[in-house]
Ligand binder design. Sequence first.
Ligand SMILES: NC(=O)c1ccc[n+]([C@@H]2O[C@H](COP(=O)([O-])OP(=O)(O)OC[C@H]3O[C@@H](n4cnc5c(N)ncnc54)[C@H](OP(=O)(O)O)[C@@H]3O)[C@@H](O)[C@H]2O)c1
Length: 326
Amino acid sequence: MTRKLIVVFGATGNQGGSVVSSLLQNKAYVVRAVTRDPASDKSKALAAKGVEVVAGDLNDPKSLIKAFEGAHAAYGVTDFFAELSTLGANGAMDLEIQQGKNLANAAAATPTLEHYVWSSLPYIKNTTKGTASCPHFDGKAQVDEYIMSHLPDLAKKTTFFWPGYYATNLASTTSLVRQELGKYAWVLPCSPNASAPMAGLTTINVGVFVSAILAKPEITLPSKYVLGSVETLTMKRTLELLEEATGVEMVFVQKDTEDFVAWFPAGPVFGKELALNMNFFELGPGVWSKSGVKVLTKEDLGIKDSQLVSTKQAFEMIDWSPVIKA
Ligand SMILES: NC(=O)c1ccc[n+]([C@@H]2O[C@H](COP(=O)([O-])OP(=O)(O)OC[C@H]3O[C@@H](n4cnc5c(N)ncnc54)[C@H](OP(=O)(O)O)[C@@H]3O)[C@@H](O)[C@H]2O)c1
């Protein structure tokens, strides 16, 4: 049997790492991981698991062409937040769009490629008819539009994947803030009834979704959309699950957007981006849509809940010690 080469970008990170872990369980695949630094500890750990680790930079188109060489399929992901503090939101969005186009151009130039999975997000400016926008969503969605309008042959081979809200987002001192008497507060610029599709434990679930996408091209191609969500939850329910999982009392604190941005511990640029994100969570899960498109779910892909890590299970598995102190 000839094994199929799957090229994974972001393989040292949450999403790509999850895809690599899942693909390694399937003997039909050979996995190539792309990183800027093949000598890093994370890269070495991948190599030790039998992954071919190669150098590639999303800002260097030539390196991407080489990284794609001989690929049967590929997973493409960009990291908006890497340059947010240096470039600001508009600059980070422009860079993310260019990186997404660089990936798509390299994918389109790979004659062996049969399936490209692009990690995108909904076009909030469009789905909300201009009432909301969010650079780390809208930039990725503009790459979808580029693929559809400029690279029609690649479009036929592309599945657009929308990962939901990571459970690990809460595992940070910028999310959970200690209150007196051992209580913790989740401070957000939205109401507790705001809701979103949840990714559960990204490091497991993204890989489960991407493996299912690659295994079922008859339903995930051409140009289909897949929502990587285990369940839809309100922020209030999310916090209750965290309370149940940790045994620590949690309170929800709602700030208005301006106060939130001024207060946010990681600084106003991050605070503003998060506020734009949480603001449209107020509009509910319907925002995670695209006009005229049926977005496929775990059920459509035949993924069983037992294969996924739910939000509560993720909260039980996360090490909270850096955030929650006794
Ligand atoms: N947090 C959420 O709830 C959520 C939900 C949906 C989508 N997202 C999106 O997820 C994305 C981040 O993905 P993640 O969580 O997997 O990121 P992550 O864990 O922070 O890892 C980032 C990955 O990107 C790679 N990378 C960064 N810049 C690169 C470059 N110039 N060239 C090549 N590789 C580069 C890094 O590889 P090396 O350092 O090894 O080169 C690393 O593997 C963001 O764009 C965010 O908008 C987040």
